[in-house]
Design a protein around this ligand. Structure first.
Ligand SMILES: [Fe+2]
Ligand SMILES: [Fe+2]
Length: 219
């Protein structure tokens, strides 16, 4: 059971979310795997959100907790997608709906819950859970989807058994998938923002919270 403070201030909404995240990413073996991925996705999302004036506490909460719905999944299913059958794939897909429920019912953040729900929707309407199309998908959900894919391709491919892409390779892939999958305008914007950052070698920052914060602090 999680005990949350009954705060209403926006920053406190984020503090509550962070407390929840810290506890779960310590205790839950699945979310422990995704801890730093989640922190990086939040930082990438804030960067992109600032550039389109939609950075706020709900954006931070949703990007940090975008995969929180995976906490009930077994590691076996989650980390072996190459062997997924249709049923297992459906189980994994449920994480956006479960995450939506957790944010609404536990954190009382209905707006951030929508952003979490939307992070696997696709521009062409072939995403999940709702099959929303284009601007029907919250801009925050579109932002998380791009940052999630970018982080997965460049830093965290362990669950896909694929080798990492360079930043250039990842942007080529994001552009190739722009409009069918991603909001292409946001992808272009994101590329320009990421190009300006001087990233140290991955092993020096990707799993170091303090370093992650330093890298993104000026941007
Ligand atoms: Fe996800
Ligand atoms: Fe993710």
């Amino acid at each position: 059971m999680f005990y949350l403070n009954n705060f209403h201030d926006l920053e406190d909404v984020y503090k509550n979310a962070e407390n929840l995240f810290n506890r779960i990413s310590q205790d839950n073996e699945v979310l422990r795997v995704f801890k730093y991925h989640s922190i990086r996705v939040m930082q990438f999302s804030i960067l992109l959100a600032k550039s389109v004036n939609c950075n706020d506490a709900d954006m931070k909460v949703a990007s940090l907790l975008h995969d929180i719905g995976k906490m009930g999944l077994s590691k076996d299913i989650l980390l072996k997608p190459s062997k997924l059958n249709a049923l297992k794939f459906q189980i994994i897909q449920a994480h956006s709906t479960i995450g939506n429920n957790i944010l609404r019912k536990t954190l009382h953040s209905p707006r951030a819950a929508v952003f979490v729900r939307d992070h696997h929707e696709r521009w062409d309407g072939n995403g999940y859970p709702r099959g929303l199309k284009g601007e029907e998908i919250s801009v925050q959900g579109r932002i998380i989807s791009i940052c999630d894919a970018f982080d997965t391709m460049t830093i965290d491919r362990r669950n896909y058994n694929k080798s990492l892409l360079t930043y250039r390779g990842a942007f080529a892939e994001l552009k190739r998938c722009s409009w069918p999958q991603f909001d292409g305008d946001l992808v272009e914007r994101f590329e320009k923002l990421v190009e300006k950052i001087n990233f140290p070698p991955i092993e020096e920052w990707a799993e170091n919270k303090e370093m992650i914060e330093i890298i993104f602090s000026d941007n």
